[in-house]
Design a protein around this ligand. Structure first.
Ligand code: HEC
Length: 259
């Protein structure tokens, strides 16, 4: 049997059908190109949003004004006395370094001696304190605590005319020398006893007189670690003074606990 060419039996498609198929095929690209155009071009109006799903709701943005409230602010301050979850900060020793005690009808500040129970002072902790002290405190108090950091040196240089030695108008308050020994008592002015750990902690948080506070830049652990490192600096450079100060604190606390 001779081979049959099947194409001979297929009718040749009419010209209009070929044109229609080509136009139809090209037309299917139109939605795709429109989609891509809208996907990648900029529009002033929000895009068509068929399913709202509560995506757009009336709301007040941060820092916006609102006539609803008497003070005109949309952002509301926390209700007085409210405490954020996990921020009770209820441990006076750990979180503040002092307690308020009644003193003849008035509230007085009593600084805590020593470290809070939950703080474990080990080598790693003191090293962390060293890093934070060197970063935050040494610019003024010096790497050794003697109060001769770069800012202190520069401030002094600006306060005194180098050539004439005349004091200029600038008033410069020196950073405290953390190893100062009190002349009268022979004790370390910022050492244990005279300057309790809790007071050091509070000075770090809130500052003191001309020194700004560093509470914003430190966590609770950072501050106690800095306290531990200041004690380490003092112990390294004034070991005898430190030991006698600690003995005195111990003696006083054992008297207090036996009363
Ligand atoms: C920008 C400089 C500067 C930095 C940084 C600084 N201090 Fe001070 N500090 C001072 C000055 C100035 C004083 C003295 C304040 C005064 O007597 O008016 C002072 C005083 C102190 C005192 C004695 C306060 C008192 O009760 O008399 C302590 C303790 C102290 N600083 C610790 C620290 C520690 C810890 C840090 C790091 C967290 C620190 N300082 C960072 C400038 C600084």
């Amino acid at each position: 049997m001779p081979d049959l060419d099947l194409r001979l039996f297929l009718p040749k498609p009419p010209f209009w059908l070929i044109v229609a198929v080509v136009i139809g095929t090209v037309a299917t690209w139109v939605p795709l190109s429109l989609f891509l155009k809208h996907r990648f071009s900029y529009h002033e109006q929000p895009r068509v949003h068929l399913f709202q799903d509560m995506d757009n709701q009336p709301k007040l943005r941060a820092q916006a004004a609102s006539p609803v409230f008497a003070d005109g602010r949309a952002m509301r301050p926390p209700v007085p006395g409210s405490v954020a979850r996990g921020h009770l900060d209820g441990d006076d020793h750990l979180h503040r370094g002092f307690a308020l005690v009644a003193d003849g009808g008035e509230a007085a500040t009593e600084y805590f001696q020593g470290f809070p129970e939950s703080i474990e002072v080990d080598e790693r902790f003191v090293q962390h304190g060293q890093a934070r002290y060197n970063a935050l405190c040494s610019p003024c108090h010096g790497l050794d605590g003697l109060g001769q950091g770069m800012i202190q040196q520069r401030g002094q240089a600006l306060a005194i005319n180098k050539d004439s030695g005349v004091k200029l108008g600038t008033v410069w308050v020196a950073a405290a020398n953390l190893l100062t020994v009190d002349e009268a008592s022979g004790q370390l002015l910022y050492g244990p006893g005279l300057y309790p750990e809790g007071k050091l902690y509070n000075t770090i948080v809130n500052g003191k007189a001309n020194m700004a506070g560093y509470g914003h830049a430190t966590t609770v652990e950072d501050r106690w670690a800095i306290v531990a490192y200041v004690r380490a600096l003092q112990l390294a450079q004034q070991p005898d003074q430190m030991r006698s100060a600690w003995r005195q604190v111990d003696a006083e606390s054992s008297v207090a606990s036996s009363q």
